[in-house]
Write a protein of this length. Structure first.
Length: 248
């Protein structure tokens, strides 16, 4: 068989053009995914063992719930307060590690309102209650975003249950089972034995102190593992207390 320069050039040049075309197309898609639109609305996200905290542009904070407007690009500026976490929303196909000591970001645009919400996971193992580090993205109409009912805190047991599930449930059960911290079942009003042998009556002041300064009074047989929650407003703590009172 004789040498054919034309055929050799064809099987070299044509695949090269195809590969370059695929690379250019893929790079453009990658840049669209990585670079947020100029008009994207920025939210701040904090990951911590074991909860997600969201801050909207006007300062409204929510726990375990991210509220965005349909068809509006959203940028999440994220950091961790302790270990590496990973923010993952399967429905939007976005995932980004959340790292202590630095900011990371991602962006997405939800196509339509969704009252049921889209599931958020942590996909980087971050400790005992890693699997309970869940949240949801709720997508709203422009009218709902103007109303923003989720930013109005009502100090009642229903609101307290919602906050408790988002912030506390990874470490404290409500059915008497032992987790990282004591169970809330039947907690209010009873005497708790503390490390060192002293006892304390569980009342409103004790719960507030336990949230603000968790290491002030540590329950016997449990580690001083709870971080402080200075970001919780007084009305939110009041709601949590009212919810705990219902857990007989």
């Amino acid at each position: 068989m004789t040498h054919n320069t034309l055929i050799e050039a064809a099987w070299t040049i044509i695949p090269t053009i195809i590969v370059i075309g695929i690379f250019v197309w893929a790079f453009r898609v990658y840049m669209v995914l990585q670079v947020a639109p100029a008009d994207a609305i920025e939210y701040k996200v904090v990951g911590k063992q074991w909860a997600w905290e969201f801050t909207e542009p006007d300062g409204c904070q929510t726990y375990g719930e991210l509220h965005v407007e349909a068809n509006k690009p959203v940028t999440l500026l994220m950091r961790s307060e302790d270990v590496i976490h990973s923010f993952f929303v399967p429905d939007f196909r976005v995932k980004q590690d959340v790292i202590p000591g630095r900011y990371t970001s991602l962006w997405f645009q939800a196509p339509k309102p969704n009252a049921a919400g889209h599931q958020i996971y942590c996909t980087e193992y971050c400790g005992t209650s890693h699997s309970a580090m869940l949240a949801r993205v709720f997508v709203h109409t422009p009218e709902e975003m103007k109303e923003r009912a989720w930013c109005k805190v009502t100090a009642d047991a229903v609101t307290g249950e919602k906050i408790f599930k988002a912030v506390c449930s990874a470490c404290h059960s409500i059915d008497g089972s032992r987790l990282v911290g004591p169970s809330m079942k039947g907690l209010f009003g009873r005497d708790e034995k503390l490390v060192g042998g002293a006892t304390v009556k569980v009342d409103e002041n004790y719960i507030v102190e336990s949230i603000r300064v968790p290491t002030a009074k540590v329950v016997d047989t449990y580690p001083p593992a709870m971080p402080p929650f200075p970001q919780l407003k007084d009305a939110e703590i009041d709601a949590i207390i009212m919810y705990i009172k219902t857990l007989k």
